[in-house]
Design a protein around this ligand. Structure first.
Ligand code: PMP
Length: 425
């Protein structure tokens, strides 16, 4: 289907065939949902041993009574388990509660209003607005944190290697009110790309371009979430920072939300010891300590890096067939034409697609009318504004294989029909 070479007659024929197919989908009364990146029930069940793994045995390395208050930065055995996930030392990690997003929110809030102890003034104490760089397309909840805290967002382009670093460096040099950048460096949400070694090194160097209260928010939510063994690895940001003496310019985050239970897992933050000291002082004002019993459950379940990776292979065997169906529909529908472009991710939770300019909202609305819910177009951009109206995020983890197959058939039809209609004018 090559639109630019087609005659009006040919376009009309395509339109009528695609419309007929679309009406059939509508009549089928489908109710399918490809919106949020959540683990499926089958994936959650992989971790059910966590529910009774402790029995009443709370023995732990430091003989702490885990039923009691204390230990703001978490259990040492849990730090040892998750420090390698972030690529930091055991002394550079804090194990928190159930949500990395809430650690990120707190980190941004402390930085905005309370500052970094000896390491820098609160952003809000400087005159003018506070701004973050937002590689796009990106994660809507990151943008939500900024909006909620009144931090202005500047979109930055991304390619297959990560953010456009020429643009990032130029913006930072020109504007000292830029205080942070959001990054999802491995299996980025939503494009699934992995930051190249060169990009990681350039991000590690940002701390030497920006002021001392600039922080990279390195949300490594999908650090161990590969779909196959040969998926690309990510360089350690903290190791790179050590080379350049910029360790204080980065905050790293992760969680087990998509390893064990989403909402009942364990979240963690990696940062230099100096940053950690200031962060813990602020955190200690709002809580006495995290749920250490849940941390111990996680250590017993996953045990060590080998245990963690074996567990993630089990997730991959549930997820990969779902991604394969999505990609097959995209290949079959658009492999020989320009109507849609996409990235084939090797991990994470999403497939990100770009329609022809001006069609994403229309496609999402058409799919919804045919019973297929997609993430609202624009959600992957700051302020919900995709200037070209092209990007759509597909999240195939929850529906069954059969449901994904049906939903993708509808999606392909909607993209083709919308494109032909646009061409016809
Ligand atoms: N970061 C990214 C990039 C995510 O995709 C998600 C979940 N969708 C989160 C953070 C949320 O993590 P948590 O459950 O640990 O708050």
């Amino acid at each position: 289907m090559q639109l630019d070479q087609a005659s009006t007659e040919q376009l009309r024929q395509w339109e009528s065939a695609l419309s007929a197919e679309y009406e059939q989908f509508k009549a089928a009364g489908l109710n399918l949902d490809l919106t949020r990146g959540k683990p499926s029930g089958e994936q959650l069940s992989l971790s059910d041993a966590v529910l009774d793994i402790l029995g009443r045995d709370l023995s732990n390395e430091t003989n702490t009574d885990l039923r009691n208050y204390g230990g703001i930065d978490g259990l040492p055995e849990c730090k040892r388990l998750f420090a390698p996930v972030l690529g930091v030392k055991d002394s550079e990690i804090l194990i928190g509660g159930n949500s990395s997003l809430s650690l990120m929110y707190s980190a941004a809030l402390y930085a905005l209003h309370m500052g970094f102890g000896d390491l820098g003034e609160a952003w809000a104490k400087e005159s003018g607005s506070v701004k973050f760089l937002c590689p796009v397309p990106g994660y809507d909840r990151h943008f939500g944190v900024c909006e909620h805290l009144g931090i202005d967002m500047i979109p930055v382009a991304m390619d297959d290697n990560g953010p456009d670093m020429d643009q990032v460096e130029a913006l930072l040099k020109a504007d000292p009110s830029i205080k942070g950048i959001w990054c999802v460096p491995r299996f980025s949400n939503p494009t699934g790309i992995v930051y190249s070694d060169e990009v990681v090194a350039r991000i590690a160097k940002l701390g030497s371009i920006a002021g001392k209260n600039f922080r990279v928010f390195w949300d490594n939510a999908y650090a161990v979430h590969q779909l196959s063994e040969d998926a690309p690895q990510l360089a350690s940001l903290m190791d790179k920072c050590r080379e350049f003496g910029t360790e204080n310019s980065v905050y790293l985050f992760g969680s087990t939300s998509k390893i064990t239970y989403a909402g009942a897992g364990v979240a963690f933050a990696g940062m230099s010891e100096a940053n950690l000291k200031a962060f813990k002082q602020h955190l200690g004002m709002s809580q006495i300590g995290p749920d250490k019993i849940n941390q111990l459950r996680h250590v017993r379940l996953l045990q060590d890096s080998d245990g963690l990776h074996a567990h993630m292979r089990a997730h991959a065997s549930v997820l990969k067939p779902r991604f394969d169906i999505v990609l097959k529909h995209l290949d079959d529908g658009f492999g020989d034409n320009e109507l849609l472009s996409w990235t084939a991710p090797e991990g994470g939770y999403f497939v990100s697609v770009d329609t022809l300019p001006g069609l994403a909202k229309k496609v999402v609305a058409m799919a919804a009318a045919a019973g297929v819910k997609l993430t609202p177009a624009g959600a992957t951009f700051p302020y919900g504004n995709d200037p070209e109206d092209r990007n759509i995020r597909i999240a195939p983890s929850v529906p069954s294989l059969e449901e994904i197959d049906k939903a993708m058939a509808v999606f392909v039809n909607c993209v083709k029909l919308a494109s032909v209609q646009q061409r016809l004018g």
